[in-house]
Design a protein around this ligand. Structure first.
Ligand SMILES: Cc1ncc(COP(=O)(O)O)c(C=O)c1O
Length: 484
């Protein structure tokens, strides 16, 4: 017990009292602060992540400082939850003002922030209604439940036979329903039985999609997809895919469910990634109501992450009345969903995205980043297989065979030593997704660090790594049998 108390007081004594930004700490005890915090977490927290060993102690915009006062540039932006930059002053002000008034009513009562948030979402995205939740995974769960409910009530799918179709390589979160669609063996093995009522289709393949729709269409309630697959490694579908999905969903009377938790809110250079093919209704600014869509064009949009401005978890499912009103009081909800604090923060987060034209910024800066990265690829074609992305949603796909025995994770460790924070997805892909407020100079710093790692660090790393490490053996998806 005594040792636990000692550990609890450790971080206060050795870390929190010692911020010294931009300078090397004088006290040598502080130098081991990060390491000790990492050990504490390892000891007392589940080992369900494999983090890059950097401890965030303070952050502003694109910059992060560790407890020792070292500055880094954040090229992950909390998996796109920090599109507006860390601790944006307008979002922090909204947070502070709301915390001084009140923070939670629960939906057992009304509060004076959520209706304003709901109306703002309606006016920005043109859907009739919103169902607020907290995390992205909850948003997806909610969309799936709504789809099933709509399927039974409106499409007359026989009881308990509703099917959701999702894409190979998808990532929609970690709850049971959601992992039941996952192609990631690590996410599914040991967690069975998975939920029935799912079919898989290759992402980007409209022929396969129509085949499934034709065969099972009467029982399919919804098609859930990411317009750009994020966790799969920023996988962009072929041109025309989103339009074709829209047409097929309309033709077979199937809900088109776009998971824009990661790709939405200006990340890809448009407000929504679906906007790249204008498969969404036009943004409606005027009230009282958006233009009526054809009655068969039902769709759902899921937002999360940056909706909370990197401050508080906020997610939302947006859809029209025909779908939303299939859920009645008591049938779905969340104690914290639509809470006044989250609503106030989300209003500020959306306003910042609009006022600072972050979508346009993301489009322009993304082009510049890819230009810089393509130059590096030209210098190191042996190591970089592909540069791809939209806006500031970018990936560097490495050639793991030629890098061997060095992994993408090793490259990220070296990037960290050079002041850039990025995290690999799968074995060979590094996502570069800085806050959308990043400056041109900061982008340049990121590219330069990657160039330096390949030029200066990689030769030594390849010599230093043990010979007996073998490249990751090919891994097949348990669900669809495809190579991962
Ligand atoms: C497309 C997509 N959907 C859903 C989620 C889950 O969001 P959360 O981690 O907030 O539950 C993620 C998370 O990365 C995501 O990328």
């Amino acid at each position: 017990m005594a040792s636990r108390r000692a550990l609890q007081s450790f971080s206060h004594r050795f870390c929190w009292g010692r911020r010294n930004f931009g300078a090397v700490p004088e006290d040598s005890r502080a130098a081991s602060c990060s390491q000790k915090l990492i050990s504490l977490e390892y000891e007392y927290s589940a080992h369900n992540y494999h983090p890059v060993p950097i401890v965030f102690s303070q952050a502003k915009g694109s910059s992060v400082w560790d407890p020792e006062g070292n500055r880094y540039l954040d090229f992950l932006a909390a998996y796109s939850a920090v599109n507006q930059g860390h601790c944006h002053p307008k979002i922090m002000k909204a947070l502070q003002e709301q915390t001084e008034r009140f923070t939670l009513s629960s939906r057992a009562f009304y509060n004076d922030r959520f209706p304003i948030f709901a109306e703002l979402l309606h006016s920005m995205f043109g859907y009739d209604m919103v169902l607020p939740m907290n995390t992205g995974a909850e948003g997806v769960e909610t969309a799936l439940k709504l789809a099933r409910k709509w399927g039974y009530e409106k499409k007359q799918i026989p009881k308990d036979e509703a099917i959701i179709v999702s894409c190979c390589g998808c990532f929609h979160g970690r709850t049971l329903a959601v992992i039941s669609m996952s192609c990631d063996n690590e996410a599914t093995r040991g967690f069975g039985p998975l939920l029935p009522g799912h079919l898989k289709v290759d992402f980007g393949d409209t022929v396969a999609l129509e085949k499934i729709f034709k065969e099972y269409g009467d029982r399919i309630a919804g098609f859930l997809f990411e317009p750009i697959q994020g966790e799969a490694g920023v996988v962009i579908p072929p041109d025309g895919y989103l339009k074709a999905v829209r047409d097929l969903c309309s033709k077979y009377n199937i809900l088109m469910i776009a998971d824009e938790v990661q790709s939405g809110l200006a990340r890809t250079g448009k407000m929504l990634a679906c906007d790249w093919e204008e498969v969404r209704p036009d943004v409606v600014v005027s009230t009282p109501s958006p233009p009526l869509k054809n009655s068969w064009e039902f769709s759902q949009l899921i937002l999360g992450k940056a909706l909370g401005g990197g401050v508080i978890p906020v997610s939302a499912v947006l859809t029209d009345k025909d779908v939303m009103l299939c859920v009645r009081p008591g049938e779905h909800g969340s104690t914290f969903g639509g809470n006044p604090l989250a609503s106030a923060v989300a209003i500020a987060s959306l306003n910042v995205i609009q006022d600072e034209q972050l979508a346009e910024r993301s489009a322009q800066l993304g082009q510049e980043l890819r230009r810089q990265l393509l130059k590096i690829q030209q210098q190191y074609p042996k190591y970089i297989k592909e540069i791809r992305g939209r806006g500031l949603f970018n990936a560097v796909e490495l050639n793991s065979k030629n890098l061997f025995p060095v992994s993408a994770f090793d490259i990220c460790l070296k990037l960290k030593e050079r002041g850039i924070l990025a995290k690999p997805t799968h074995d060979a892909i590094i996502r570069l997704t800085p806050p959308l407020t990043v400056s041109l100079d900061e982008l340049q710093e990121g590219s330069k660090a990657l160039q330096d790692v390949l030029k200066l660090d990689l030769p030594n790393m390849q010599k230093a790594k043990p010979e007996h490490v073998s490249p990751t053996s090919s891994n097949k998806c348990d669900r669809c049998g495809r190579n991962l």
